[in-house]
Design a protein around this ligand. Structure first.
Ligand SMILES: NC(=O)c1ccc[n+]([C@@H]2O[C@H](COP(=O)([O-])OP(=O)(O)OC[C@H]3O[C@@H](n4cnc5c(N)ncnc54)[C@H](O)[C@@H]3O)[C@@H](O)[C@H]2O)c1
Length: 445
């Protein structure tokens, strides 16, 4: 990557890497009234087209550059933003546009989030990055540290955090409706056939379509052959080299309330009660139990937070609280007074102990535009509520679950400050990854 950056950029990035933390080479600044946020988008198909549509609908945004490895997706975005310059390689785009852009949106597959994000932040660019923030636990920590020190304005793409259902649910929760929370559960129906999991690496390969730059799509990931309908687009999610499986895909949306409402920090232990994954992909279902220390809103001894995916749910609790129609994706906060069911897609519901469901009078709170909030934060008008400081923690917690999957039945002791599982070198080996030769990104080691 260094060959695509100027010497000055590279030295700054190298210093960042050497220090573990980083100071960006160009000091970021808030935009001033009357200015436009000159914006660049990396990955403009799939969710990226939605991100671009939302960000560009803000009146203070000017779309300057677009990048995608798929020329069809790039052409569709360019047709909507004809004044924008187009690129296939984000490294070339950052080099050539470094003086013409203020911000970058990263909407690529998960394995490329951290490399693009770190490189953009090192140039002093404000960044909106899709969830999960990164592909590995170590990347999440490095990105959060860098964002904190460099002062760029950041936001992770967990738009439900700005949505009406969560904003109402946290008010209901804060009224003390459950009492101190003793346990919490989070569940998703994914992968549910949306994308393959529990699959092996395919043998052989196909010739990539002319429209796709396959080597650039691979990016930092180990080289492998292209295969039709196997990776690009969307279905890369279950493959460990590119995606983060059902938990990585959904936990940043669904575990957000648990961390946010309860004020949880880092877990102390993590344990998988599900099957061990195959080498190339995540399993069809999982159950991961986290232990967190106490907060003001939990039982004095702390709580267990359990993640369920693949359609698994905390059925015995549903039976106990008379929840006959649980949401397909949601979370449950269980305290002495009852259980609050929360979902990004549906209104929260309350199930008191020993009584039928109690109808809630939901507070009069409207949802906000998560993307516009970030743009406004770049002008210092508001604070972004999913900045990388918080998003890094949330992503770390989600991705620790994927590490635990590799060690079914073992309780892993997480030393958050040392960022390791003590002397468990096997588990420590899953906290990060090697980047492909030529693709090492300083600051992400
Ligand atoms: N916040 C949400 O609700 C939400 C919803 C869907 C997806 N996402 C996230 O958005 C990201 C993208 O998911 P998707 O479903 O759109 O995937 P996708 O594969 O459908 O689309 C990815 C886009 O990025 C392009 N791309 C791939 N590698 C690239 C690279 N190195 N440089 C430039 N462009 C590249 C692809 O050509 C494609 O246009 C994922 O991280 C996913 O988790 C978030």
């Amino acid at each position: 990557m260094a060959s695509h950056l100027t010497r000055r950029d590279f030295l700054a990035l190298s210093a960042a890497g050497a220090a573990g933390l980083a100071v960006s080479c160009q000091m970021p600044g808030y935009l001033k009234p009357g200015q436009k946020l000159r914006h660049a988008a990396v990955g403009v198909g799939g969710m990226g087209s939605g991100d671009l549509g939302q960000i560009s609908s803000h009146p203070d945004v000017q779309v300057v550059a677009l990048c995608d490895v798929d020329s069809n997706n790039l052409a569709k975005a360019a047709a909507l933003h004809p004044a924008a310059r187009t690129y296939r390689d984000w490294r070339v785009m950052l080099r050539e546009e470094k003086r013409s852009i203020d911000s970058v949106c990263v909407s690529t597959p998960d394995h490329m989030h951290a490399p693009v994000t770190m490189s953009a932040m090192a140039m002093g660019k404000h960044v909106y990055c899709q969830k999960p923030l990164t592909h590995t636990v170590v990347e999440a920590r490095r990105i959060a540290e860098f964002a904190r020190k460099s002062g760029v304005v950041t936001q992770m793409g967990i738009q439900n955090r700005s949505g009406q259902n969560y904003l109402r649910a946290i008010e209901v929760f804060r009224s003390g409706i459950c009492g101190p929370v003793e346990q919490a559960h989070v569940w998703t129906d994914r992968p549910a056939g949306w994308w393959p999991q529990d699959v092996v690496k395919p043998a052989g390969g196909d010739i990539p379509p002319d429209t796709l730059e396959w080597d650039l799509w691979l990016g930092v990931a180990p080289k492998r052959e292209y295969k039709n309908d196997t990776y690009h687009a969307f279905v890369w999610r279950g493959r460990k080299d590119f995606g983060t499986g059902a938990q990585g895909d959904m936990a940043c949306h669904l575990m957000d309330p648990a961390l946010w409402f309860l004020g949880l920090g880092q877990p102390s232990t993590i344990r998988s009660n599900g099957p061990k994954p195959k080498a190339d992909s995540f399993p069809l279902w999982s159950e991961v139990q986290y232990r967190f220390g106490p907060t003001e809103l939990t039982h004095q001894d702390g709580i267990d937070l359990t993640w369920h995916d693949g359609g698994r749910k905390p059925q015995s609790l549903f039976d106990e609280y008379g929840i006959t129609d649980p949401y397909a994706n949601g979370s449950l906060f269980v305290g002495k007074k009852g259980a609050l069911m929360v979902s990004p897609y549906e209104p929260c519901r309350f199930f008191p102990v020993g009584e039928a469901e109690r109808a809630l009078e939901l507070p009069d709170i409207a949802g906000r535009n998560h993307w516009h909030q970030w743009v406004d934060a770049c002008f210092n008008r508001v604070e972004a509520t999913a900045g990388f400081d918080y998003a890094g923690l949330l992503t770390e917690v989600a991705l620790l679950g994927n590490v635990a999957l590799e060690f079914p039945g073992q309780t892993l002791q997480w030393n958050a400050s040392q960022m390791n599982f003590g002397s468990n070198i096997l588990a420590n080996g899953f906290l990060h990854k090697d980047y492909r030769a030529g693709w090492v990104v300083p600051g992400l080691g």
